[in-house]
Design a binder for this molecule. Structure first.
Ligand SMILES: [Zn+2]
Length: 365
């Protein structure tokens, strides 16, 4: 989940990259060997989620900040998991969709500052100094092909961002911002969804598993995916992001329940609720969560796109104390169960549609 203060777009580029490129290699180390084999197929869901999240949010991942070795290590772990489940890779390098990044300076109201960016109409990477370019960052992408010839060409994107904010100012002697809830919880939920889709009956529509990087830096990974989709965006019928589901939210009804950002904008929430899903409208619309996660990049293109969450505004948000031992795995397992059902519904059921006025506040890019 991005901070509400984050600037949404890069406005003025001053092509004066100053820092040397930080280029973590994602090739140097073996993917699977650096993590213990998680032979856990028969474990209860809560225990399996705990094992996965304990790896992803460990101090050794260094807070998974985009363009650091910790993020690259996390990406390798996620790719190894998808491989273990038998999900077909859908990146340009196995499961990795390489995301070219550059460090550029931008002018903001508070002065110049350096940001990461992807290539765009505004930023031609060919014109940047080589030391501004960053190699080795990637989304982790898989595909579960649809089985119904009528709709298999249509895709549902299911995503979560695996990056977090990295290492920062120490609080009580802890400087690693683990991001167990934000968004380790959503990331391992999406792993679990992928695993269940492969184990069960094949979905009618194709499901894209998108574990994105750079969300905390301005939805970089998702914006790159949108420029390089696995299935054309015209055939992408829905996007469901999962963000911060590690603790129950009393305003959503407590354990095992969640809320959907922008619920009232499309038919998705009503359709899921009618199918028995324990999902309610976002109880805190004033927080603008609909605009603060990867879903918004899809929504701006006219694709019904929402984020499932149970974030209760806990004070560990973007703090070193967002740790695994504060996760309620019984709650999370129940909500993941609901998310699996929701994805099955989106893949097999009627397409969600925008309600009248539902795209208010969204400008197409
Ligand atoms: Zn966040």
């Amino acid at each position: 989940m991005t901070s509400s203060r984050r600037i949404g777009s890069v406005l003025f580029l001053l092509l004066t990259a100053t820092l040397g490129a930080c280029a973590p290699s994602t090739d140097g180390e073996a993917g699977v060997a650096e993590h213990p084999a998680l032979d856990d197929a028969e474990l209860p869901r809560a225990q399996r989620l705990e094992r996965l999240l304990s790896v992803l949010a460990a101090d050794s991942m260094e807070g998974r900040r985009t363009a650091t070795p910790g993020a690259a290590k996390a990406a390798r772990f996620l790719a190894a998991e998808l491989e273990r489940y038998g999900v077909e890779p859908a990146g340009d390098d196995g499961y990795f969709q390489r995301v070219p990044l550059a460090r550029v300076e931008v002018a903001t109201r508070r002065g110049r500052r350096e940001v990461l960016t992807i290539p765009s109409d505004a930023v031609d990477f060919d014109t940047l100094p080589p030391d501004a370019l960053i190699q080795g960052e990637a989304n982790v992408v898989g595909i579960i092909r649809g089985s119904d010839p009528e709709v298999a060409h249509e895709a549902v994107v299911v995503g979560a961002h695996f990056d977090h904010v990295g290492i920062g100012p120490a609080v009580d002697g802890d400087s690693i911002y683990n991001g167990a809830d934000d968004d380790g919880s959503g990331t391992v939920a999406v792993l679990e969804i992928a695993r269940e889709l492969v184990r069960g009956a094949p979905p009618r529509r194709t499901v894209i598993i998108l574990l994105s990087t750079g969300e905390e830096m301005g939805l970089l990974g998702t914006r790159y995916y949108i420029d390089h989709p696995v299935v054309p965006l015209e055939q992408t019928v829905a996007d469901l992001q999962i963000e911060m589901i590690g603790r129950p939210d009393s305003l959503a009804g407590g354990s095992g329940r969640g809320w959907l950002t922008g619920y009232e904008r499309t038919t998705m929430g009503d359709q899921l609720a009618a199918a028995g899903s324990p999902i309610v409208p976002d109880p805190r619309p004033e927080q603008n969560f609909f605009f603060r996660s990867d879903n918004i990049a899809f929504a701006r293109l006219g694709i019904p796109a929402h984020t499932l969450s149970s974030f209760n505004l806990h004070s560990d948000y973007h703090q070193p104390s967002d740790e695994v031992d504060r996760i309620d795995f019984q709650h999370m397992a129940a909500l993941v169960e609901a998310a699996i059902e929701a994805v099955r519904f989106l893949a097999d059921g009627p397409r969600p549609a925008w309600k009248e006025g539902g795209m208010e506040g969204l400008t197409r890019r």
